[in-house]
Design a protein. Structure first.
Length: 229
């Protein structure tokens, strides 16, 4: 474990978690980078799923909504938080050389993937339930195709989780579970005063790994490099 990781104490508040994200740059929700902290390892297990302000499960969407960190399944199909200042490098490192539209025309991207991306782009911050229904993937047998397409968009640097929307009844009172909302990566960058990085994928990947190597263990850097392939 690096000195930076060893210095991180147990996090009790949202503000303390912000400081950790900005320090380490990339913070998975659970372990997927060896010798590297995750939101799960830096918080108390008893704090999760309490519904209180100290609940890390609630923080993850708040980070995204407030522009503290991008949130999504960017690699290894795992939920990841990435500090805002690192996001342009991450997006550039994830996006293939060919556009999504070109890859769809060549047959390497499914119709579901491009349909979801088009809907997210046209409806910034769209509720996931609305997205699924509008895409025509609301049937029970469509769930896997829908989930896989969303993960593919995030892993290609096309979409991010933008926060949550509360389910309210006609009286404006909360009624039911909150829903995840999605934006395109470019929409999230623009909303938070960030610009896309003008680097090709390999150069962006090299710079991202260099940034990560300054405070992460060699094992964590090697694992991230493997994920980015």
């Amino acid at each position: 474990m690096t000195k930076a990781a060893a210095e991180i104490k147990t996090v009790e508040t949202y503000e303390e978690a912000i400081a950790v994200i900005r320090k380490v740059g990339i913070l998975p929700l659970s372990d997927c980078l060896p010798e590297h902290p995750s939101l799960g390892t830096i918080t108390r297990e008893s704090a999760w799923h309490t519904g209180l302000d100290t609940d890390p499960w609630l923080w993850r969407d708040r980070f995204a909504a407030e522009g503290i960190a991008a949130y999504g399944r960017f690699f290894a199909k795992k939920p990841i938080l990435v500090a805002a200042s690192w996001v342009p490098h991450l997006i550039a490192a994830l996006q293939p050389a060919k556009t999504l539209r070109r890859r769809y025309e060549e047959g390497s991207v499914s119709r579901d993937v491009i349909r979801l991306c088009e809907l997210i782009e046209a409806n910034d911050g769209i509720d996931v339930k609305v997205l699924r229904r509008t895409a025509g993937l609301h049937g029970k047998d469509d769930k896997k195709a829908f989930d896989d397409a969303l993960i593919e968009l995030q892993a290609a640097g096309e979409a991010v989780i933008a926060g949550i929307s509360e389910r309210l009844n006609e009286q404006g009172t909360k009624n039911g579970w909150n829903s995840t909302c999605y934006s395109t990566a470019r929409q999230w960058l623009k909303r938070n005063g960030l610009k896309p990085l003008q680097l090709d994928r390999e150069a962006a990947k090299e710079e991202l790994l260099d940034k990560f190597a300054r405070q992460a263990s060699e094992a964590a850097v090697q694992k991230l490099a493997k994920y980015l392939k």
